[in-house]
Structures are given as structure tokens and as C-alpha cells.
Ligand binder design. Structure first.
Ligand SMILES: NC(=O)c1ccc[n+]([C@@H]2O[C@H](COP(=O)([O-])OP(=O)(O)OC[C@H]3O[C@@H](n4cnc5c(N)ncnc54)[C@H](O)[C@@H]3O)[C@@H](O)[C@H]2O)c1
Length: 453
């Protein structure tokens, strides 16, 4: 099929690359000139395992091309995918300006009937609004055909996006007429050869499913974080509790890791947008509000623990931060817990040394002043990062940080103090190496507790 993907971000690029890989002819439209230029030079502008190799192969084969001109993407097109951002607005609601702008562009430029599919995460009713906008323009151009809009929310995880797209748990297709569903089922069939996981439902149900899925996962995280806070007050190790409850198949082992909060481009904004949707309906979403409040608090815990440990005085202290991306496997720092910690440390006068395998460029762009006056130093290795530090704080659990040479780290530090924001280390092992160790919701032997009211 001939596909046009609008937006070359995390979702658009992965979608474009994976559909091209299955033999479709794909044109990806991107309006950011720097990003477009990088893609045309053969560079992958985001860190996503496996994506750079796929893009390079498809560029050579001509299966996937990048353009800034929507018209180029619409020539002979069968399906247009919208994959642009829907960031949170000030009031928490989803900013639909990019999606609606694309709808207007499509209304102006489409020259043949095709299926328009929305992949961006959008509130219920948006696909209907997109269809109306496009069709109104088609009518005003005196064209006698109309298009339909389907919803196909994306569930990929950054850091494992190719794998998720190639072997999806399910593909949700929301549409109100059978032809669109058949076309999308045909497009997805190579990805689902071993298991038919296509779920066809109403347009509005598909839009809502995406928010409900993210809200549920965020709820699991905030739930375990709340249990961790209680554990540390009761001298119970949340890690033992996690194993205890995770072995129950009704609960499951995923998304019940206590930590320093969830970030990223999806959970925070999608929970916020769902709260906003609920309020617009005059409904008080009590669980969602609590999920959000717990997460906001959770992101402050590491700083609070450091503050308490150093007697409320962090001026001149050197703190090493391991992990800046909102999760391992990506360079995405949107709403990352590391940023909340770094902001607080800089405000308290601490010197921050930070490292990350993929997200240093993004962090450098965010803190030009602190880097300029050397209050924030980005380090190539975790050992360099720990040099002269009064404390190490693990924020993102990259594999590279799992089994470092702790003796070497202790030797480099001014004080052997480790705050484990993801509970990946073993207290006994760390103590054996002479470290003072603080986890999230883990018993503390005579030292400050990482807890929250
Ligand atoms: N990132 C994820 O892990 C993820 C997962 C599932 C769903 N989503 C959802 O998918 C959508 C896209 O997310 P993302 O992370 O890929 O966003 P992103 O911000 O990384 O990428 C969006 C891209 O679209 C481009 N763009 C915007 N308007 C355009 C236009 N008119 N024409 C051409 N290009 C345009 C932007 O320049 C940008 O490169 C969001 O609604 C998001 O919530 C994201």
C-alpha cells in the first residue's frame, strides 16, 4: 500500500519504518527543518534501539522517503496516518492544535479519496472533529467525495518501540464503517501472522481505550509507590512485598516497581488530559487525581532524602546523578524525574555531575546556563560522574548502571553514599562495599528514610 505518515517523532518514525519494512511504500512528512534535514542525511534523530539500522536500509531501498511537503505524501496515497504531538496545555487538557492543523492541511490538499487514520493520543470525539474539518474543506472545494477517519492508537514503549510495533499485544482499530477496518486489518496482517490480535471497536471507544490503558498503568505505579511510602514507615521492604503480590496472576509482575516516579511523553500528560476530560463532563476523577498527586510527590523524594541526609544544607555538595532519560532505552527526557531532582539540587546550591547513555544532548539543551557556569557537569562515564561526589543518586535504571565496580566508585567518591531511586541494588552488597544505601520503601538501618507523608 502507499502510506503517508505525518510527523516524524517517536511514533511517526517507528510507524513509518515498520510499515516500510513490510513492503509498503511510505512517505513520512515532517515539518521541523532540522529533523527533516537529519533524516534526509540518513541520521536517526532519536535514540530508539534498532531504528537507525532500519532507516538506513529503507533509505537505500527507496521504500521510505522523507519530505517537508505534504502534497508529496498525498500522491496516490491509500492511507494517511496522523502521528503528531498532543502535549498538555496549561489546564491539563490535550493540545489538539497540531492534529487539527493537519486536518485543515488534508482538507486543502487531498485530491483522492483515502482513509485517514489518527495515531496521536486524542480525547474522545477528536476523530469525528477531524473528519468534519476535512470533509467541510472538500465540500468547499466542490469535490463530490468524502473521506473517513479511523482511530488506531499507538501502544509502543520507547526503548522497545520496534519490537512492540512488530509484535503488538493488540492492534486497536476504531471506526464506524467496515471498509476502513478491512483496509487496516490488511495493512496489519503481516505483523499478526501468529496471533490475531486486532480489536475492532467504535471510534470513540478506541480513543478512550488509549487513555484508559495509560491511566491504569500509571495507577499501578502510583499504587506501589504509595505502598512503598507506607513500607518505609513500618520497616518493611517493598521489594519483598513486590515479589509477594506480583506472583499473584491477577496482579502480575509488570508496573509494580517502586521508584522515584513516572515521567515521559505519555503517562503524565495522558493522566492529566483524562482528568480534564472528566471535569469537562462534571465528573470528579478521584483515583486519577490521587495517581497524579502521588507521582508529583514521588518525584521529589530523592531530593528530600538528600536534603535530610545533609542536614538541610546542600550548598557546595557534589551530587552524582546516574540516568537522565525518563526511562532506559530512550533519549527522551520529557517530564523525567531526573529533571525535578536536578532543578531542586541546582536551586539548593549543589553541584551536579550527571551521566546518561543517550540523553545527555537533550539535557545539555535544557540547562545551558548551569552548564556554562559549571554547576552542572555532564560526564561520559558513571565513574567520572562519581568522582569527588558526596552522594550518587540512581534515577534511571539503564543496564549499564546495574553492576558497576563499586570499589572503584567508592574510591572515587568523597563520601560513599548511594540513593537508589529504582531499587536495583542489593543493600547488603552495597554495605559490604562500605556504602550507606537508601532505597525507596526499604528498611533503613539508622539513617534517613526515603519516604513521603
Ligand atoms: N512517544 C511515545 O512513546 C508514544 C506512544 C504512544 C502514543 N504516543 C502519542 O503519539 C503522538 C505523537 O507522539 P511522539 O512522541 O511521536 O511526538 P513527537 O513530539 O516526538 O513527534 C511529533 C512530530 O510531528 C511533527 N509535526 C507536528 N506537526 C506537523 C505537521 N503539521 N506536519 C508534519 N509534521 C508535524 C513534529 O515536528 C514532531 O517531529 C502523541 O499524541 C503521543 O501522545 C506517543
Amino acid at each position: 500500500m502507499r502510506l503517508c505518515i505525518i510527523g516524524a517523532g517517536y511514533v511517526g518514525l517507528v510507524t513509518a519504518a515498520c510499515f516500510a519494512e513490510m513492503g509498503n511504500q511510505v512517505v513520512c512528512v515532517e515539518r521541523d527543518p532540522d529533523r527533516l534535514a537529519a533524516l534526509r542525511r540518513g541520521e536517526c534523530p532519536i535514540h530508539e534501539p534498532g531504528l537507525d539500522t532500519m532507516l538506513a536500509q529503507q533509505r537505500l531501498s527507496g521504500q521510505l522517503v522523507f519530505t517537508g511537503q505534504l502534497l508529496e505524501g498525498l500522491r496516490q496515497v491509500d492511507i494517511v496516518f496522523i502521528a503528531v504531538g498532543t502535549p498538555a496545555q496549561e489546564d491539563g487538557s490535550a493540545d489538539l492544535s497540531h492534529v487539527l492543523e493537519v486536518a485543515d492541511q488534508l482538507g486543502r490538499h487531498l485530491s483522492r479519496a483515502c482513509l485517514v487514520v489518527n495515531k496521536s493520543t486524542v480525547p474522545v470525539g477528536t476523530c469525528e472533529a477531524v473528519a468534519q474539518r476535512i470533509n467541510r474543506q472538500l465540500a468547499s472545494r466542490s469535490l463530490d467525495w468524502r473521506i473517513s477517519v479511523a482511530s488506531n492508537p499507538e501502544f509502543l514503549k520507547e526503548g522497545a518501540a520496534i519490537e512492540d510495533f512488530m509484535r503488538p499485544d493488540r492492534v486497536i482499530i476504531g471506526c464506524d464503517e467496515p471498509h476502513s477496518a478491512e483496509l487496516l486489518q490488511r495493512l496489519y496482517s503481516p505483523f499478526l501472522r501468529n496471533r490475531d490480535r486486532v480489536l475492532v471497536m467504535g471510534l470513540r471507544a478506541a480513543e478512550f481505550t488509549k487513555y484508559a490503558a495509560n491511566a491504569f498503568l500509571a495507577t499501578k505505579i502510583s499504587f506501589i509507590n504509595e505502598m512503598a511510602a507506607l513500607c518505609s514507615l513500618l520497616d518493611v521492604d517493598i521489594e519483598q512485598v513486590r515479589h509477594g503480590i506480583g506472583s499473584d496472576r491477577r496482579i502480575g509482575t509488570h508496573f509494580i516497581y517502586a521508584g522515584c516516579g513516572y515521567g515521559g511523553s505519555c503517562f503524565p500528560k495522558d493522566v492529566r488530559a483524562l482528568i480534564s476530560t472528566a471535569r469537562q463532563q462534571g465528573f470528579d476523577p478521584q483515583i486519577l487525581r490521587a495517581v497524579q498527586a502521588r507521582n508529583t510527590l514521588q518525584k521529589t523524594l530523592l531530593f528530600e532524602a538528600l536534603h535530610q541526609h545533609f542536614g538541610g544544607y546542600l550548598q557546595g555538595r557534589v551530587v552524582a546523578v546516574w540516568g537522565l532519560a525518563f526511562k532506559p532505552g530512550t533519549d527522551d527526557i520529557r517530564e523525567a524525574p531526573s529533571l525535578v531532582l536536578i532543578d531542586a539540587l541546582l536551586a539548593a546550591g549543589a553541584r551536579v555531575q550527571a551521566t546518561d547513555p543517550a540523553a545527555m544532548a537533550a539535557v545539555a539543551r535544557r540547562y545551558p546556563d548551569a552548564i556554562g557556569n559549571a554547576q552542572l557537569v555532564l560526564c561520559e562515564t558513571l565513574y567520572g560522574c562519581a568522582q569527588g561526589a558526596d552522594a550518587v543518586v540512581l534515577v534511571t535504571e539503564w543496564k549499564q548502571f546495574r553492576q558497576p565496580d563499586f570499589l572503584r566508585i567508592r574510591g572515587a567518591m568523597r563520601m560513599p553514599m548511594l540513593f537508589d531511586g529504582r531499587n536495583i541494588y542489593d543493600r547488603a552488597e552495597l554495605s559490604g562495599h562500605g556504602f550507606l544505601y537508601h532505597g525507596i520503601g526499604r528498611p533503613v538501618a539508622g539513617h534517613c528514610k526515603v519516604t513521603a507523608a
